[in-house]
Design a protein around this ligand. Structure first.
Ligand code: ADP
Length: 427
């Protein structure tokens, strides 16, 4: 509408000028001041000027329209591009596009974080040097109709990715060329889980094989060279019994671990009298500890509230921690057990402290891993399976809790965890 009214204005102005010229010429003609030829010349000059004026206006108008169209186009184009770029940047997996010369033309934020902020414009083989990757990329660029390829890539800081390379046609100076998209899918945690499973099977087999080999060795000796040696019979049968018991404990611990893992996401709902549990566990363990003159000192308030949990599993936690404390602490020392309520987070805190040799810092983070021991030979000699603390950790995870271990070499170790106060008893 505005453009239309402007052109009306222009037309009006031109018409006004023509009318004014014709009127002036007529006036001059009527008063005899204008010759016929002069009139024609003036008229022609006026007509040419008017036409030029009209043309100039038309050109100006067209230029204005074109500028307006270009501005609109500019405004539209970046927004489409930026939506695509923003979407790619929000993609948590690295993504890059390369042209037919291996040059990176597009890289999202995740790719820049992984490979470097200034990768665009550089050759992709600077960052992915594997020959397997480079030859896959070449094949895809040479044969754009080929299938995508997946290559496993591991970075210098041990992150692993499945890298998919797929052909993507690209435009370059109006010509269609073959390019490729490279997409990184992180598989680090999958590989770690796979590795842990494989390690676990290898460790469990090794732990079972050791006592089994020893039992088989003694059986062979008893059948062969020591067949008539009555003393050897007694001694060897005793060792075989110990080894067989270790195998039974190991299988029991493995079964417990798998049962605990099965209930990992089932919240325990029982009310457990934790004071009674502590006192009962101490009286179960104390007779064995007496042999090394180890005392247990309990500091548990009489009005300790019950906790929400699974009674059998919590008994296992206490047995494992208290038997470790009495097993690893020095003879003639004391194991301290204390419990107290933390009313701010409605939890009961339990501490088990021994006066043993302590554990040095570098072992602490790994103690709850399956089969991890500070001193494997000592643990085995004491009948340990290397699964006690792993069981504790998994039971506590089910109880929404975790095991804190503090230790000072030469002074002793403290194990601490919290359990939620039972809902029926909470204030
Ligand atoms: P194990 O059957 O070997 O005792 P655990 O999982 O119970 O297995 O413990 C793992 C390792 O942690 C033990 O082998 C031992 O080296 C160390 N450890 C556990 N408790 C104590 C403790 N109270 N004092 C010193 N070392 C301990």
């Amino acid at each position: 509408m505005a453009g239309q009214s402007k052109s009306y204005m222009a037309l009006l102005n031109e018409r006004t000028i023509i009318v004014a010229i014709v009127f002036t010429l007529a006036l001059m003609w009527s008063v005899g001041q204008l010759t016929f030829l002069g009139g024609i010349i003036v008229g022609a000059v006026a007509a040419v000027s008017l036409t030029q004026l009209a043309l100039k206006r038309r050109i100006e108008e067209l230029e204005k329209r074109r500028a307006l169209m270009q501005e609109r186009k500019k405004a539209e184009k970046p927004s489409t591009v930026s939506i695509g770029a923003q979407a790619l940047d929000r993609l948590p997996s690295p993504f890059i596009l390369v042209d037919s010369t291996h040059r990176i033309t597009v890289a999202n934020m995740a790719a820049k974080t992984l490979l470097g902020g200034d990768i665009v414009g550089n050759d992709v083989s600077l960052y992915l040097r594997q020959t397997e990757f480079i030859s896959a990329l070449e094949t895809i660029l040479k044969h754009p109709a080929s299938e995508f390829r997946v290559i496993r890539h591991t970075t210098s800081n041990d992150r692993s990715f499945d890298v998919t390379i797929a052909p993507v046609p690209q435009q370059s100076s109006g010509q269609e060329q073959s390019g490729a998209m490279i997409f990184f899918y992180e598989v680090t945690s999958l590989i770690r889980a796979e590795q842990m499973r494989a390690d676990f099977v290898a460790n469990a087999s090794h732990e079972l094989r050791t006592p089994l080999t020893s039992i088989l060795g003694f059986i062979e000796t008893l059948i062969g060279p020591a067949a008539d040696d009555k003393d050897a019979h007694q001694r060897f049968l005793g060792i075989m019994q110990t080894e067989a018991e270790r195998m039974v404990r190991l299988i029991d611990d493995l079964l417990s671990l798998s049962r605990i893992e099965m209930t990992r996401y089932v919240a325990p709902e029982m009310d457990v009298d934790i004071k009674k549990l502590l006192v009962n566990t101490v009286s179960t363990i104390a007779p064995n500890a007496m042999a090394r003159n180890i005392k247990f000192e309990c500091n548990i308030p009489d009005d300790l509230k019950p906790v929400r949990g699974d009674g059998d599993q919590l008994t296992q936690v206490l047995i494992n921690l208290l038997s470790n404390a009495s097993k690893y602490c020095d003879p003639d020392s004391t194991v301290h057990i204390s419990a107290n309520s933390c009313l701010d987070d409605q939890k009961i805190q339990i501490l088990i402290r021994d006066e043993g040799p302590g554990i040095s810092e570098e072992h602490l983070a790994r103690l709850t891993e399956r089969f991890y021991r500070v001193d494997t030979a000592r643990s085995r000699k004491m009948g340990g399976t290397g699964l006690g603390l792993a069981i504790v950790k998994h039971i506590l995870l089910r109880h929404d809790s975790n095991l804190e271990i503090k230790s000072e070499v030469g002074r002793g170790t403290t194990f601490r965890f919290k359990l939620p106060i039972s809902k029926n008893a909470a204030q």
